[in-house]
Design a protein around this ligand. Structure first.
Ligand code: PMV
Length: 357
């Protein structure tokens, strides 16, 4: 229930409080694409939490006599006015759940572990890190809060900042969106997946090939919106439920071929939805397709379990078991690096979630 997340006002407002959280990015295996009013996903999704790609955010809270939001934001030490509207909107959305927040000014200092404008969205890691800082303040004001509530509300708040951000707080697998066979699943927040994961998937690598580092032509917000009235929307939403059922079996059994079939199909379906919306658009680049074809050829010629997934952009995420690290990195250097902008890629792997520093 949404009302469970409305906090009261503390008896006193301490002068100041400071905290720092490092929160990772995540990569969806079953994709969220399409939402209803209030950041409610049109279908359930599940993601691997990443490890290295992360945002570190420090917030210094200072009590102030007047009410109203007041924040400063530094990205890598420099003011970032272009972020203000997004943060402002986020604070407005969460105001009723944290009525004490307007009695504090906030100095937000944030930095990303991945290069700025790498085409990697920082919204999942950034919004989850900020949500955790706000929850630390709430916990400071209401020390009796239990851990389960802390994480659940942090994910609930992160979702209101950027949908997929609610899957970044814990790991290694987090699902979000109601699904009949995931008892704890909710549309309101992400929950760590407890359905069992075969050891072949722990330590899975995610090497992100940076195909296009520029600004996307169509934002995720617009893309989600285009699922309203989309001719294939209903079929897509039920496919996501089915794929999540299938993925659960695959994860438990350690069926890597099944994993490849579902994950690659999900990636291409996401982009097929973009290509068949009205207006239609394409976020993949010619090099995205070159890489996909090279991966398929590599699999044909080797006994590899390397596969790919895509988010809402041109970059390609290569997913593979840790045991194949050496061969895959050789393959990337020999055949794929030429398709990356300035030859750049980022080596990441499955992680365990956010940490307070
Ligand atoms: O969280 P948003 O609104 O940026 O949407 C993310 C959507 C995808 O990355 C394409 C899929 C997903 O489930 O993360």
């Amino acid at each position: 229930m949404v009302n469970d997340f409305i906090s009261g006002l503390p008896e006193a407002f301490p002068e100041s409080y400071e905290c720092t959280w490092k929160s990772p990015s995540n990569i969806a295996l079953v994709k969220y694409w399409g939402k209803r009013e209030g950041q409610i996903p049109a279908n359930p999704s599940i993601s691997f939490t990443l490890d290295h790609c992360a945002t570190t955010t420090t917030v210094k809270f200072k009590a102030k006599p007047d009410k109203g939001f007041d924040f400063q934001l530094l990205l890598e030490g420099s003011p970032q006015p272009s972020f203000h509207p997004k943060i402002g909107k986020f604070l407005e959305r969460i105001a009723s759940y944290m009525p004490f927040l307007e009695s504090y000014s906030m100095d937000i200092n944030t930095s990303n572990s991945f290069p700025h404008s790498s085409g990697i969205a920082s919204s999942a890691s950034g919004m989850s890190a900020l949500a955790l800082c706000l929850m630390s303040l709430e916990k400071f004001l209401f020390p009796e809060m239990d851990d389960a509530y802390f994480w659940r509300k942090a994910s609930f708040l992160a979702r209101l900042g950027s949908g997929s951000a609610c899957r970044s707080l814990e790991g290694p697998l987090v699902s979000w969106g109601e699904h009949r066979n995931i008892p704890v699943s909710s549309d309101l927040y992400g929950t760590p997946y407890r359905g069992g994961m075969h050891p072949v998937f722990s330590g899975y690598q995610d090497t992100i090939l940076l195909v296009d580092k520029g600004q996307k032509q169509v934002s995720s917000t617009v893309g989600h919106g285009l699922m309203h009235g989309h001719p294939f929307a209903d079929a897509r939403f039920s496919q996501a439920h089915h794929n999540l059922d299938e993925l659960m079996k695959v994860l438990t059994a350690g069926d890597q071929d099944g994993f490849i079939r579902i994950v690659e199909s999900e990636a291409l379906t996401l982009h097929a939805m973009m290509m068949s919306s009205q207006p239609y658009f394409i976020l993949m680049k010619p090099n995205t397709l070159e890489i996909i074809n090279r991966i398929w050829k590599f699999r044909e010629e080797n006994t590899s379990k390397l596969c790919f997934t895509l988010d809402a952009g041109a970059n390609v995420h290569l997913l593979y078991p840790a045991s194949e690290k050496e061969e895959v990195l050789k393959f990337i250097e020999a055949e794929l690096v030429g398709y990356c902008e300035h030859g750049q890629y980022i080596c990441d792997r499955v992680g365990t979630g956010a940490k307070q520093l």
